[in-house]
Ligand binder design. Structure first.
Ligand code: GLY
Length: 430
């Protein structure tokens, strides 16, 4: 396998910071640059993830191996363009990324390949969608068909909430063309888990379990966000659950994409709900990338060399690799956000309390941060920092993360975070 020395990470979030941090631990890797990175990723180039022609030129000139973090450049065909120029890149093609970029494609694909998912209907007409929810005898989840930065899913508890979501999406078109079409699906209740696999188009290798906390406030209250924190592993998911999910979800997904002429190469993310009544897993969604903030604790716990797996997947030889090894520890990632996120928030505040270098089992992964003209670290986005720790127990990992979190602030208490990240995992020592 080719030994690449210089890596380009496309993206600017905590996921990309964590991926670059882990990849830089590979012995052959000399340099990791980020396009366009953040205040915590030190070698940044001023090219946006969506400026694909410029990225091609840069990667060619510097002989870089490229890893794509977020979904938007995938949806624009970054991988297809790099493939056209014969440049090494890890991520799915535009067509394969439809597993995430079109909820309709994804749900129909799941049905075609008998992947367990809840029943659904697709609508472009608000009246017809409302008429449908008036008649059904279950609570509905309403989803924008296209990309909506993690905010296009409305979980309703009654008909009024469902009708309001339909109105927002189809009449008010709050996500523009991304919500010209919607999915109305049956709500499944239970415990959620995020699973990711590295795929080479033909085979896949599943990663350890992780749980995201999507709501903005403690106890899963308030609106959905991109993710307020995560922990890994999720102990109530047993080995046999994982085998089942591997067999009934990832295997048919990877085989199905290959059979349909869209082999999936990249990180495949399945958002799974283990149904309360039956204990059966249902796929809530597929994403064509690593989760953010799921990536952060997974990278902290991964014992194996991530870049060797990425190279093997890019080179279609994943089947020659040993199973991924995980540290026998827990990890939690607490996301600190700008106050007001996911709605309106202010940026540009100097971040205080980052001075002390945390011990090596704590990493502060940056997302919405940048260095200002005075070389000060300031806030620049909704999700700002991900304080990620390892511990022998989830309790220990939580304590380590929250100790650091409490030292960090900006503005006049302009920071916000949940205080219960990992709580669901308590009492589950390894
Ligand atoms: N944390 C959810 C996502 O990455 O989509």
């Amino acid at each position: 396998m080719h030994d690449y020395e210089n890596i380009l990470i496309v993206g600017s979030g905590g996921r990309e910071h964590a991926l670059g941090w882990k990849i830089s631990q590979n012995n052959n890797v000399k340099k990791v640059v980020y396009a366009n990175g953040n205040g915590g990723t030190h070698q940044n180039i001023q090219i946006l993830p969506t400026e694909i022609d410029k990225l091609v030129q840069y990667a060619k000139e510097k002989e870089l191996f490229t890893v794509v973090g977020p979904e938007v450049p995938l949806s624009l065909g970054i991988v297809d363009t790099f493939n056209f120029y014969d440049l090494p890149i890890f991520g799915p093609t535009k067509s394969a990324a439809r597993l995430e970029t079109s909820k309709e494609f994804s749900k129909q694909f799941m049905n075609r390949h008998s992947i367990p998912t809840s029943e659904f209907k697709v609508f472009t007409d608000a009246e017809k969608a409302i008429d449908y929810v008036e008649r059904i005898n279950f609570n509905a989840v309403i989803k924008a068909d296209g990309l909506a930065a993690g905010k296009g899913v409305f979980v309703s508890n009654n008909k009024t909430e469902a009708i309001d979501a339909i109105d927002q999406l189809l009449n008010k078109k709050i996500f523009g063309p991304a919500s010209e079409k919607i999915i109305v699906e049956k709500k499944i209740t239970g415990e959620e888990v995020s699973l990711m696999a590295i795929c080479d188009g033909e085979t896949f290798m599943i990663m350890d379990t992780c749980r995201d906390h999507k709501r903005v406030f403690d106890d899963d209250l308030g609106p959905n966000t991109g993710g307020m924190g995560s922990y890994s592993p999720v102990s109530e998911i047993s080995e046999s659950d994982l085998d089942y999910i591997s067999d009934k979800v990832f295997k048919p997904a990877v085989n199905g994409m290959q059979a349909e002429g869209n082999p999936f190469q990249g990180f495949l993310y399945a958002g799974i709900m283990i149904e309360k009544q039956t204990g059966k897993p249902f796929v809530l969604e597929f994403n064509a990338r690593m989760g953010d903030p799921e990536c952060q604790p997974l990278m902290m716990r991964m014992q194996s060399d991530l870049f060797e797996y990425i190279k093997a997947a890019e080179n279609k030889s994943l089947d020659s690799m040993q199973p991924i090894m995980w540290k026998d520890k827990f990890s939690t990632c607490v996301i600190m956000t700008s106050k007001g996120y996911p709605d309106k928030y202010e940026t540009g505040y100097t971040i205080r309390g980052l001075g002390k270098q945390p011990e090596n089992e704590i990493m502060i992964f940056h997302s919405g941060t940048k260095l200002n003209q005075d070389n000060e670290l300031v806030t620049s986005g909704g999700r700002v920092l991900g304080i990620t720790s390892l511990g022998k127990s989830i309790d220990e990992a939580m304590n380590k993360s929250y100790q650091i979190v409490r030292e960090i602030s900006w503005g006049d208490n302009q920071q916000h975070y949940r205080t219960d990240i990992g709580r669901k995992g308590l009492n589950s020592d390894r």
